[in-house]
Design a protein around this ligand. Structure first.
Ligand code: GLU
Length: 380
């Protein structure tokens, strides 16, 4: 691929994206010897993020760096930290990290919102739905969510351990169209470019074949827990969810601007559309825990692509929690759709047949207007 072609590909993917997730690695943000945050670099990144926002794109940042910054202030010596030490370091480092982003984006009048997630928050349906809802609300309000792993509470079993994967899960969860991994390398090579001079750079990966996987090699030591292995795991998650992913060199100032101007990078292409990928997940891989019977009006609304409101539901069967997978049937028992319920079965039973504006009165809290939102629904 020539420079002009790379530029075209990057422009095309980024121009087409409405929602972009940008992942920032520790090594870019934190000065390796002093443990200080690289403020100038962050301010330049903030300029790039603001430029995306000015084009009407929604931007989510997944940033590492909490452990690297925090370990200095806690006086934790160099070398590999134990899990508890990492968690302690993250607890203090995260404050500085959030503050630095807040300051950098405030210059552009952009509000930053900190969201700390664990693996469970993106896997378990109820929590997934909550996190997804919060992120959607933040984006709607014009804020830039700044996400990191909730290192302090994540035990080894429920840790992502690397923010590449976390960023890919966030991209999948939010139906993002593009995921940019800013790294200390400009993409994927056929071998390790530091050792093998014949290693070839790949500008585009259409499919994650075993040959491609073999190119990743081992994860390098140091601050970044990622390496190419976790980047390919991220590529698998992102592309399966309909999100195009790029690995780009973030070490220069204004890395996103450089990417658009043709900087060398590797794009991992997805053949599916984000919404279609999510719907496939809802339709195929979830076992329904209950069912909702709907009246004719609701059936017509569903077929026309609308959400399911409580008013059109006649009965609730089965026991399920918030975010539970449900079958939606008509009066004759014919399956109309499948979806994720915004209410647990007990609460759903209390609000069916009622207008959405009465939900607060009936349940004592103000939940969603829809029982099943159209984004969480697939027609059968
Ligand atoms: N959550 C960790 C931190 O903020 C980083 C994990 C990673 O480097 O991928 O320090």
């Amino acid at each position: 691929m020539t420079l002009a072609e790379t530029m075209c590909a990057s422009r095309r993917h980024l121009d087409a994206a409405r929602r972009v997730v940008v992942k920032v690695g520790s090594a870019l943000l934190v000065e390796q010897t002093s443990g200080d945050l690289c403020r100038e670099w962050l301010w330049a990144l903030a300029d790039d993020l603001a430029a995306l926002r000015a084009e009407g794109k929604e931007v989510i940042v997944v940033s590492s760096g909490a452990i690297a910054v925090g370990r200095q202030s806690l006086g934790l010596s160099r070398g590999k930290l134990k899990l508890e030490q990492q968690q302690a370091a993250a607890a203090t480092g995260q404050i500085r990290l959030a503050h630095a982003y807040e300051e950098a984006l405030a210059r552009h009048g952009i509000t930053v919102a900190q969201v700390l997630l664990t693996l469970e928050d993106t896997e378990e349906r109820r929590r997934h739905l909550n996190a997804r809802g919060t992120l959607a609300t933040l984006l709607k309000c014009g804020a830039v969510p700044m996400i990191n792993e909730n290192d302090t509470v994540a035990t080894s079993e429920i840790r992502f351990g690397d923010n590449d994967r976390l960023a890919a899960r966030v991209a999948a969860m939010t139906n993002a169209d593009a995921l940019v991994l800013l790294s200390d390398i400009d993409g994927l090579y056929s071998g390790d470019p530091r050792r093998d001079r014949a290693a070839r750079h790949l500008p585009e990966v259409e499919e994650l074949t075993p040959e491609i996987e073999a190119m990743a090699g081992e994860a390098p030591p140091g601050y970044s827990s990622g390496g190419m292995v976790t980047k390919l795991v991220a590529a698998r998650i992102a592309t399966a969810a309909g999100c195009q992913m790029v690995i780009a060199d973030g070490r220069r100032a204004h890395p996103l601007k450089a990417l658009r101007e043709g900087a060398r990078c590797t794009w991992f292409l997805s053949k599916v559309e984000p919404r279609a990928a999510r719907k496939k997940w809802i339709a195929g891989s979830l076992k329904p825990a209950g069912s909702l019977t709907v009246d004719e009006g609701a059936k017509r609304a569903l077929t026309a692509g609308k959400s399911l409101l409580p008013a059109g539901v006649l009965a609730v069967e089965g026991r399920f929690g918030r975010g539970g997978a449900v079958l939606i049937r008509d009066r004759k028992g014919v399956e109309v759709a499948r979806g994720l319920s915004a209410y647990a079965s007990d609460d759903a039973a209390r609000i069916i047949g009622h207008n959405s504006k009465d939900i607060e009165k009936l349940l004592g809290y103000r939940g969603r207007e829809e029982l099943v939102h159209r984004d969480d629904l697939v027609l059968s």
